[in-house]
Design a protein around this ligand. Structure first.
Ligand SMILES: O=P(O)(O)OC[C@@H](O)[C@@H](O)c1c[nH]c2ccccc12
Length: 408
């Protein structure tokens, strides 16, 4: 039920897709055997679902079964029907994503834990219940985490908190542009990251505020703060602490966003920008989330890794910042020529025409790496490992650029 009441219903079709984030596995499994979806093309199936959903919602409003003379349904039958619709929508979501080249599947957040002892159907470890790669695993865990957090902090309480928030958002893009003009180098987004699944612990004695201040002193234009706890040992407390410590740089909340609720939450914790990963989010979600970001004053950094994702994002209006990740989040393979490849030819032209600022992300260690991505066309870079590992991160920035870029 909860799944059909989207927290951010700006536009009904978006809220329809959102509902799939929180539909529950028990209904999905239970009804899998009860209903069958005929195999017609995805689009018409979506249309059918929309139609059916609006019927379902009108049940709730009028308590009269549309197109039927049997009168008011029992509340049990309404719940039953809603659950079937939830299942349908969930099943469609992965298909829709796959049609856009997205390999990451979404798993219902209330799926049973792997050690679940219960009805036979949940117990099976199979292709459907095992993540195919680390990104999929992270996203599945994030879905569960967000569902729990949403119960503690309702969307209404977050909206209220934002209304009374004292600090206006800082200009993330403006800071990157100003830095580029001041230094002649791509604006640096310096990452406050204790650990990562690919590299393990990067900095043993990790004080996020100390690292943030050292980055600012070294000339970082913006900071990126990991908030994922399970895989990156980050936290929203770190983000808040940095915000409250008097650091002036705009802050990117580095999180795996799977639900618009997280945008509101990030903003209440002091974020000025968020990351939207194209490998995880279908186009409609990206569009919807960009609108919400604009509404609540967040800058969206949209991350792509390959040509398909870049082309998808270039077809969406209103994107100001695109990050090209040189690390494949499914395999961890890093290759900085990725940035060059995605900026060549027609794509590069389109990006310039749209005045999109490109951020080169991951695997940048030396002044040569910086010149390489700068020549490829990036105006900003996102760097973690090479600077967070240095005893003094201020010095780390100097070594990265081969020059002191600290502000006067
Ligand atoms: O530590 P590096 O190789 O400099 O990378 C930083 C940043 O690009 C990387 O942490 C990153 C890019 N996109 C992400 C998405 C989620 C988590 C982390 C990331």
């Amino acid at each position: 039920m909860e799944g059909l009441a989207s927290s951010t219903a700006c536009f009904d079709f978006h809220s329809l897709l959102y509902s799939s984030y929180s539909h529950n596995t028990s209904s999905r499994s239970k009804f899998r055997t009860l209903i069958s979806i005929p195999s017609f093309p995805v689009d018409s199936r979506i249309a059918t679902s929309i139609h059916v959903r609006s019927r379902t919602m009108s049940h709730l409003q009028s308590t009269t079964l549309v197109g039927s003379s049997i009168g008011a349904p029992s509340s049990e039958s309404v719940v039953h029907e809603l659950k079937i619709k939830e299942w349908e929508i969930g099943a469609l979501r992965d298909e829709l994503a796959a049609s856009q080249g997205i390999r990451i599947r979404r798993r219902p957040p209330t799926a049973p834990p792997l050690d679940y002892v219960g009805p036979f159907e949940f117990n099976l470890q199979n292709e459907e219940t095992t993540p195919r790669n680390i990104l999929e695993e992270i996203v599945w865990n994030k879905d569960v985490e967000v569902t729990q957090m949403k119960e503690k902090h309702t969307i209404d309480s977050l909206k209220k908190a934002l209304e009374s928030a004292s600090h206006p958002p800082r200009d993330f893009v403006g800071a990157l542009k100003a830095s580029y003009l001041r230094t002649g180098f791509p604006g640096l987004i310096a990452e406050v990251k204790k650990a990562s699944p690919s590299r393990g612990v990067l900095r043993e004695d990790f004080d996020p505020v100390e690292v943030a201040k050292a980055y600012e002193k070294g000339g970082a234009a913006c900071l990126s703060v990991l908030t994922d706890a399970k895989y990156f040992q980050g936290s929203f407390e770190n983000l808040e602490a940095i915000r409250n410590a008097g650091v002036q740089c705009p802050l990117l909340c580095k999180e795996f966003i799977v639900d618009a609720w997280q945008l509101y939450y990030a903003r209440t914790k002091g974020a000025d920008a968020v990351l939207l990963i194209a490998a995880v989010l279908p186009d409609l979600d990206i569009k919807h989330m960009i609108q919400i970001c604009k509404m609540i004053g967040l800058t969206a950094l949209v991350e792509v890794h390959d040509e398909t994702e870049m082309d998808r994002m270039l077809a969406i209006d209103g994107i100001q910042l695109i990050g090209i990740n040189n690390r494949n989040l499914e395999t961890f393979k890093v290759d900085i020529s990725n940035t060059m490849r995605l900026l060549e030819g027609k794509r590069g032209e389109k990006i310039r025409k749209k005045e999109i600022i490109v951020v080169g992300e991951s695997g940048l260690f030396t002044p040569d790496d910086i010149s390489y991505v700068q020549e490829a066309g990036v105006k900003a870079i996102l760097v973690g490992e090479s600077i967070v590992k240095q005893k003094d991160p201020t010095q780390g920035i100097k070594q990265l650029f081969g020059k002191d870029i600290s502000p006067p």
